[in-house]
Write a protein that binds this ligand. Structure first.
Ligand code: PMP
Length: 341
């Protein structure tokens, strides 16, 4: 049985949160003199909505999940940090990751003085059999599953995620930063049945607004209440809330771009496979490709000297580079540059 008290740090469970002016009075008024703001109107002289209700309502309609089950952070990186602060007792609880994966999980764990237990992905980047990992995930804390995984690009079955979550005492965080590029069903569909799952998504990738810093967490209402309790009062600025809403209202453009990037990805895969210095192109359901080269460092540094920057993942996966799918023009330049090396 899920009990929020069992997964939340004691001090956080007991915490009386700060109550901001905009929380204490909502509604219509003629004169606002409660928040020590500057009264002279500009677009940004007032504090933003602390709970981003307009933006959440749009997200709620899109994802078919109640507003009460949505948290919005200053990027999903903020949500990751808050999850540690709320649900991992420093020096006691643990964080579990499946490397190679997104680097911030371990950095956030270190910032919060939480030990990271690494359970390596299998050779095909699959999560090892549940029975094999159960003994290793015996502590409370957070377990991260990135799907599609960064930097490998593969996705994990919802059944696997649900099985791990059902056998874990802490919270399973399913990071779906790249889900919009995939046709797979989101782990949001598990939330009703499996109460210890938190799903992260972001507007930084497919939605094209990384600069706004808008990340989302979806979970049962009790988990969201805890995150709301500890977040900085006005964590998402008003310009980001406004622009984020506009982006959601113009989803056609987003969907068109996703389609274009996915077809560009398919073109890139075919072209890369024909280049002799390429050993392997891993299948990807994200907007990037993990590519194994015969000499990845040479490719990386030569491209860099030509002003083409890709991500060197050689330290995580031997001879592998991660290439973000760019515009058709950028991809052409990239392919020609690799061919010339
Ligand atoms: N999760 C994954 C897997 C990512 O790759 C990234 C960004 N690189 C993030 C989360 C952070 O995204 P945001 O911009 O929403 O903080």
């Amino acid at each position: 049985m899920f009990d929020i008290k069992n997964v939340t740090r004691n001090n956080i469970f007991r915490l009386t949160p700060y109550s901001s002016a905009r929380q204490e009075f909502t509604g219509e008024a003629n004169i606002w003199l409660d928040a020590n703001e500057n009264p002279f109107e500009t677009e940004v002289n007032r504090y933003p909505d602390p709970y981003q209700i307009a933006l959440k309502t749009a997200i709620s309609n899109l994802k078919k999940i109640p507003v009460s089950q949505i948290f919005i952070g200053n990027g999903s990186d903020e949500a990751i940090d808050l999850l540690f602060r709320a649900f991992c007792e420093p020096g006691e609880d643990k964080s579990y990751i499946f490397p190679p994966t997104y680097g911030m999980y371990e950095v956030s764990a270190n910032i919060n003085n939480v030990e990271t237990v690494k359970i390596n992905l299998a050779a095909d980047f699959e999560i090892p059999e549940c029975s094999a990992i159960l003994k290793q995930i015996d502590s409370k804390g957070l377990l991260f599953i990135c799907s599609p995984n960064n930097p490998t690009g593969n996705v994990y079955a919802l059944e696997t995620i649900a099985e791990i979550a059902s056998n874990f005492k802490g919270l399973v965080v399913v990071d779906e930063a790249y889900i919009d590029f995939s046709n797979r069903e989101s782990a949001i569909s598990l939330l009703e049945e499996v109460l210890n799952i938190v799903v992260l998504q972001t507007m930084s990738k497919a939605y094209g607004v990384a600069g706004l810093r808008l990340g989302m967490a979806f979970a049962n209402e009790q988990i969201i209440t805890v995150l709301n309790k500890i977040k900085p009062p006005y964590n998402v600025n008003s310009l980001s809330q406004m622009e984020g809403l506009k982006t959601l209202q113009n989803r056609t453009k987003v969907l068109e771009q996703i389609e274009l990037l996915n077809s560009e990805k398919a073109v890139l895969v075919e072209l890369l496979k024909q280049i002799p210095s390429v050993k392997k192109v891993y299948p990807s359901e994200a907007n990037f490709l993990l590519v194994e080269f015969k000499d990845s460092n040479k490719i990386f540094t030569t491209l860099r000297s030509k002003g083409i920057i890709i991500r060197n993942r050689t330290l995580q996966i031997k001879n592998c580079l991660r290439i973000t799918v760019g515009s058709p023009e950028q991809n052409k330049v990239l392919i020609n540059a690799i061919k010339e090396i």
